[in-house]
Design a protein around this ligand. Structure first.
Ligand code: SME
Length: 152
């Protein structure tokens, strides 16, 4: 399903005020994973209170043992400090990478800003090499922007 069709669906999921934030984010994870063939694991990490570490939030896909990720470690931890999108075409070429599954070949992490502050990120793992394009970045920025609206 193209991103254009998914955008209004993301918005309607997030508008369900009767559901908890986590339930809504969980639905977003499932929507993306089920409709974008190369999104094999979709999850959120958020800053863990006032600690310099990330904590796993809602996700869809295989459970990961990486519940806590210190700032600076792995792709996720690097995005927590760089505030920049990180697109990894081939995880084998990365030194500072935390492997979650032997099947994962590529990863994209896009930071989530609330009132200009980097509070977390969306993290996608793919089982194919080099699947992420500029359109994925724009789409995931849109998703995070909409989430920021319900978090602020
Ligand atoms: N690969 C990530 C760790 C999180 S898992 O992909 C779910 C990283 O290097 O930060």
């Amino acid at each position: 399903m193209p991103f254009k069709k998914l955008k209004p669906q993301v918005e309607s999921i997030l508008k369900q005020g009767e559901l908890s934030i986590d339930d809504r984010l969980n639905q977003v994870c499932n929507l993306l994973r089920e409709n974008i063939s190369y999104y094999n694991w979709v999850g959120f990490y958020f800053k863990n209170g006032d600690k310099n570490e990330l904590k796993l939030g809602p996700f869809a896909g295989e459970p990961t043992e990486h519940i806590i990720i210190p700032f600076g470690k792995g792709i996720c931890g690097q995005v927590a400090v760089s505030n920049q999108n990180f697109v990894v075409a081939d995880v084998k070429a990365q030194d500072n990478y935390i492997a979650c599954s032997i099947h994962v070949k590529a990863e994209i992490v896009v930071p989530l800003f609330v009132n200009g502050e980097n509070v977390g990120q969306i993290d996608i793992d793919s089982n194919v090499v080099d699947p992420f394009k500029k359109e994925d970045e724009r789409f995931l920025e849109f998703v995070n922007k909409k989430i920021a609206e319900i978090l602020s």
